[in-house]
Write a protein that binds this ligand. Sequence first.
Ligand code: NDP
Length: 449
Amino acid sequence: MSHILQLVKERDPLEKEFHQAVQEVIDTVEPVLERNPQYLKMGILERVTEPERVIMFRVPWINDAGQVYVNRGFRVEMNSAIGPYKGGLRFHASVTLSILKFLAFEQVFKNALTTLSMGGGKGGSDFDPKGKSDHEIMRFCQSFMCELYRHIGQNTDIPAGDIGVGAREIGYLFGMYKRLKNEFTGVLTGKNLAWGGSLIRPEATGYGNVYFAAEMLNTKNKTFEGKKCLVSGSGNVAQFTTEKIIELGGTVLTLSDSSGYIYDASGIDTSKLSHVKYIKNMKRGRIKEYVEKYKDAVYTPFDSSTGYNPLWNHKSDCALPCATQNEVNEKDAQNLMKNGVMLVSEGANMPCTIEAVNIFIDKKILYAPGKASNAGGVAVSGLEMAQNSMRLSWPAEEVDNRLKMIMKNIHKTCLDAASEYGKDGNYLAGANIAGFTKVVNAMIDQGVV
Ligand code: NDP
């Protein structure tokens, strides 16, 4: 199937992250294509790798000093074969069309795995929220929505949060959408509870990640009890991944942000985690502030010239990367193996490079790709949409139970699909095969569109 990768590379030679995401899927679905030659005749690969629509727009905004800035806004509407486009918005200086296309592509298969009826999309901006005042954030969100509102809707495209877009930003975006459209609809998920949000949505990606990892451990008759875990990131996904690991009896030793990481040999317990939430969510500070309060912990700034990330070089049982793409490279994967890690469960999207993933698969450790293990967030977004349509609000326990059940089902779907194609225990192959098959069968049913 190298022709399709060739085509994608020739068409957009600079989109490295998108090439990586396409390669990872194409490599693993080859046996499906061999069994179903009609897919090739129907141009499935060409169609599934080309977004249905890409929207790019100017986002002008004014800072508190009266200076005008211009950022670039995007929405990639990748595939709507099984439902309206659904996927988050990312505000981060590193955002490019390539990054959003990779995220939208992954989202298509992830959403298919949840069994809910959602297509895939992703959007965002190269706007950097760090150091911006609340008013600046609000003006940016309002300007962003002044264009985006034309392209989204509760039955068309329903964005949510991602890096740099949390409850605060969703509030400002929703307010502007409502003002422009004069309607109160579930057009965004991740909303505040008081105006249409779902209980457990903030926790869902992190909790879901740990539920999935616990299912993997269960296949080896193991649990999180007593396991030492390395977690990266310190945002939404990292915080709730940590919270659930602590609840299940594991110990989290590390957290990070883009500047560096903290190592706490005695473990990040519930009260230390509350302090991390205060630093990151209220104070909007940096993870290094953790060591000002917990003096035994060590902060290490990142040094990109070393070629590896020292966070992954500690003795541990499990690693749960929850920050960003390509944060675990080949050398990091070797370090994880050397230090005895038996499970890697991706909270972030594509945090491991292809070389790193190949090491995990060769060594036959428990490895979960993000499109399976972090699908809990979008799954509960789907549940938020269902509650919005019914104008109901389910109790936390009900949402959490549904989340657990969804993660258990995704886990089983991955294992079953992997076995069907002779790749027992390979969650990457299972996730890609199951998600891909569901989407492309729907595309074939709907004709060449
Ligand atoms: P947040 O903005 O809440 O947190 C992101 C964290 O990652 C921060 O600690 C941030 O540090 C760090 N980070 C961001 N960019 C980089 C970088 N280039 N290098 C190192 N660290 C970085 O985002 P989320 O927790 O929501 O998202 C984390 C990951 O999870 C992303 O890959 C996202 O796509 C994925 N995800 C999120 C879902 C959700 O529901 N929120 C759902 C599914 C996947 P800093 O503060 O320095 O930027």
